[in-house]
Ligand binder design. Structure first.
Ligand code: ADP
Length: 178
């Protein structure tokens, strides 16, 4: 059975099959992790993104990784948090699920996620981490015939601790990579 890896770090530095970008609906770059990914990938990434026609919250689209050590970038649009009663959890869950479905359809195994929506989109990390962990764990169970190595990359030690505590509480199989 696949396990979820948790680590602290900079997602743009990982040599994995794919990294996931917490993009905005234009898919044309922005701040936070999106800006960091575009800077590290170089201008060809923006050129390819200009052909995608944007994406709605919960959707995911794939591009090449260009100058990144990762081969592919899966761009997904998280929900903006508006108090939690506007379907945010369902949308956030679809971000993880659709990204994993694309990865599987491309035959990718190591897929690194940032903590989607918990930056500029203000989703409280306590809640968002449970959605992230629960959705990835469910995908791994339902898709156990396909060996995958999902990694959640947290930008700060505090964020990593929240994910570890929730994985522990939820009884999810995880591994911390130091
Ligand atoms: P969103 O708009 O979906 O909230 P942000 O990029 O603002 O996206 O934040 C999402 C998360 O990504 C935040 O927890 C932020 O700390 C984190 N983050 C920012 N830069 C990086 C990076 N280089 N690697 C990994 N995570 C990052």
């Amino acid at each position: 059975m696949s396990v979820i890896k948790l680590m602290r770090g900079d997602i743009t530095r990982l040599s994995v099959d794919a990294i996931v970008n917490a993009a905005n609906p234009t898919l044309l770059g922005g701040g936070g992790v999106d800006g960091a990914i575009h800077r590290a990938a170089g201008p060809q990434l923006l050129q390819e993104c200009q052909t995608l026609g944007g994406a709605r919250p919960g959707e995911a689209k794939i591009t090449h990784g260009y100058n990144l050590p990762a081969r592919w970038v899966i761009h997904t649009v998280g929900p903006i948090y508006r108090g939690g009663e506007s379907g945010e959890a369902e949308t956030l869950s679809r971000c993880y699920e659709n990204s994993l479905c694309i990865a599987r359809s491309y035959g990718l195994r190591t897929v690194a996620f940032p903590s989607i929506s918990t930056g500029a989109y203000r989703y409280p990390i306590e809640e968002a981490s449970r959605v992230a962990l629960g959705t990835i764990d469910r995908f791994l169970r339902e898709c156990s015939y396909y060996e995958m190595e999902p990694i959640i990359v947290l930008h700060t030690e505090g964020d990593l601790q929240v994910y570890i505590e929730n994985a522990e509480e939820m009884g999810i199989t995880y591994e911390v990579q130091r």
